[in-house]
Write a protein that binds this ligand. Sequence first.
Ligand SMILES: Cc1cc2nc3c(=O)[nH]c(=O)nc-3n(C[C@H](O)[C@H](O)[C@H](O)COP(=O)(O)OP(=O)(O)OC[C@H]3O[C@@H](n4cnc5c(N)ncnc54)[C@H](O)[C@@H]3O)c2cc1C
Length: 446
Amino acid sequence: MKKKVVILGAGITGLVSAYYLSEDYDVVVIEKGKSVGGSAAGFKYKDFIMDYGPHKIYSELPGIMDEIEKVVELNKIKKKNSIYLEGNYFEFPLKIQQIMKKMPSKAFKAGWDMFAKSISKKPDDSYENYLINRFGKTMYNLSFRDYAEKVWGSNPKELDKELAKRRVAITGMLDLIKGILFKDTKNISADYFYYPPKGIKQLIDNIVDKIKKNGGRILTNENISEIKIENNMVKDIKIKNGIIKMDYMISTIPLDEFVKYINADEEVLDAASKLRYQKLNILYFILNKPRAMEDSWRFYPEKKLIFQRVSEMKSFSQDVGPEDKTVLMVETIKDVNKELVKKIIEQLEEVGLIKENEIEEYFLKSYDKSYPVYTKGFKEHLSKILEYIEKYENFYSTGRPGLFNYNNMDQCWDMAMKTAEHIKEDKSREDWQETKTYFDKYRIVD
Ligand SMILES: Cc1cc2nc3c(=O)[nH]c(=O)nc-3n(C[C@H](O)[C@H](O)[C@H](O)COP(=O)(O)OP(=O)(O)OC[C@H]3O[C@@H](n4cnc5c(N)ncnc54)[C@H](O)[C@@H]3O)c2cc1C
């Protein structure tokens, strides 16, 4: 008889783990949502296929693109993004020569900062100081400071420098200058990305088909009431329809939820409650014109604008909607009501994206735990939780919420593949600690 693996969460990490294990193991995936895919899910609406926020595919991890291409056909797409600052659009990542041309006084100040920076350097003790030390105050204020508040809902002084290390691929002004002189932007941003013709949903649907073909089961709309531990082993899980015993458990769900199911000690529950996540609201505007912009997405870091990013599904694939219409995805962390939508529409007009009479309809989708927020001190809370749950010898917490790892889909794929390998090859707990140290080194290339 095959050994049983229970996987919590049907996001990309849970599903890909199930895909790699389902040939040799009896796999059950338990998902609380009505559908699968987690933050990489897609959905159909009328004649459109949409992502929950744009999901490009790109990887520098060895072998991962080949693995993804075994599951889904991918189109290679030339990347074109921009950033809106002081009434102008600039290519993104920002290039110094564009600032010199359109905002000469800012370029002068940025240059002065470089000199001042060499005289006084702040301790590298926060997101803010880490970035000021590398870009100077002018560049920091221009493109990073307000954006942090708009995406993570936090004062950048209170954010951990780890967030800057993971999210800002470019390491400083020298990279920007190298980009100008030698056209060397490979550390800053990739020139292209990949995308399935029928949206990210096509990738998720294909993974699900493969799991089912291998006999794996995916239970959606489930409710976990308890997870039982005996002698440092996860024994069984109680869900709506009964109890499932298992040989191994993989958890990809948020740690604050997992520790409640195992009735963890008070101090662990307390540490888990201090890990913060940011909710994201996405407004989908269906427009009665074939295209709205040339870019795949545009960043809006300025505080006065309600939204932080706008993207257009049609620039990912022409096959995700009818020829004569398009859809814009507008991201904000503000609570959305009719009044706010009115203001957003005015601001979308102001930044030159739409005219009000082009809007056919709009609707809202929200995702509660979109972004792990790395507030100062998060590593201490995280270590306390992981130390506690990693005593269980047949248990692996992995993926973005499972390790509170601010990662991308390709990294989730890598994590899922490596977690499955640990089970298949019966690797030691010491090996798992090493693998986790490797997961902590992921950096996102935009
Ligand atoms: C707006 C946005 C844009 C992004 N863009 C990109 C991009 O362009 N490219 C890219 O590569 N990555 C992108 N990412 C990151 C990518 O979406 C994530 O890295 C990835 O989807 C995380 O997958 P996961 O399976 O680890 O976690 P999740 O997707 O969060 O999956 C966890 C699953 O667990 C389920 N769950 C939660 N609690 C419970 C419970 N108690 N019981 C059972 N199930 C539970 C959830 O419903 C969910 O399905 C983006 C993320 C966001 C939010």
